[in-house]
Design a protein. Structure first.
Length: 262
């Protein structure tokens, strides 16, 4: 089994234990969670924000290393930090992506079930219909980072494939720090009010019998941005190692040519 499978099993097991505890206590667990959930979410968001600021040196490390290489050979400690950073980020995003791949199967099964219910039995279940939106959104948002690791994002490649390995490394660095990270930071900044407002009112479906977890679904937007920033840092770390003539960690999923390259 993959790491993502174990992650998904752990999440399902934890959820099951909460449900059993809620049943055993007559609903007290659910009442305790819902009593001040928005405040707890706000506090957690603030704490994670400070963690993000504390990790800023890690984000800048590949760029600093690349500029260092222009002047002199980087110290062994710096290259070791680049390797470790890349390995950790890749492992985390790969585990999340492995778990998210099951959403594709669930999406097909639930969609088939909804179609059969509606057109064969004339039955319509709102929660089941809305779950398709949840599965679709989570599948793409949580698997985007591991897709970047695999080189699976569509790109129109005119010059990149013809460049030398060092030129490709500088191009990757420029792309990460001039395009990917600024765009993801913009997503984080603009989604703060959008997601925060959903948490303040614990936004739920507009339908009375719909899913009450719209606020949780919207949280996947900043999670996506953070995962993409992290994967960009990993990509930049590999580029810096290439410039330093050091071996890069085995990417495993990356293909020789990016999907959609021309």
């Amino acid at each position: 089994m993959r790491a993502g499978d174990w992650l998904l099993i752990a999440i399902l097991a934890f959820t099951g234990l909460l449900i059993l505890a809620d049943i055993a206590t007559g609903g007290s667990v659910q009442a305790w969670i819902a009593s001040d959930l928005s405040a707890r979410g706000r506090d957690l968001g603030i704490a994670l924000g400070w963690v993000g600021w504390a990790l800023t040196p890690v984000i800048a490390l590949p760029l600093v290393a690349a500029l260092w290489i222009v002047i002199a050979a980087p110290p062994a400690l710096m290259t070791a930090a680049l390797v470790r950073t890349s390995v950790i980020i890749d492992a985390v995003n790969r585990a999340i992506g492995d778990a998210a791949r099951w959403f594709a199967l669930a999406l097909v099964l639930v969609t088939s079930l909804v179609v059969i219910q509606r057109y064969v039995f004339g039955v319509s279940v709102t929660k089941l219909q809305e779950s398709i939106i949840y599965l679709h959104a989570l599948l793409f948002l949580l698997s985007s980072a591991v897709t970047l690791l695999a080189g699976g994002h569509v790109r129109v490649d005119i010059f990149y494939s013809r460049l030398s390995s060092r030129a490709k490394a500088w191009t990757d660095l420029a792309g990460v720090y001039l395009a990917l990270i600024p765009m993801c930071w913009l997503i984080l900044d603009t989604s703060r009010t959008y997601v925060g407002g959903a948490w303040r009112i614990l936004e739920r479906s507009r339908e009375s019998d719909g899913l009450p977890l719209v606020f949780a679904l919207k949280t996947a937007i900043p999670v996506f941005a953070v995962m993409m920033i992290a994967q960009g840092v990993s990509m930049a770390a590999r580029a810096a190692l290439t410039l330093a003539d050091r071996d890069t960690p085995d990417e495993g999923l990356r293909e020789d040519a990016p999907t959609g390259a021309l």
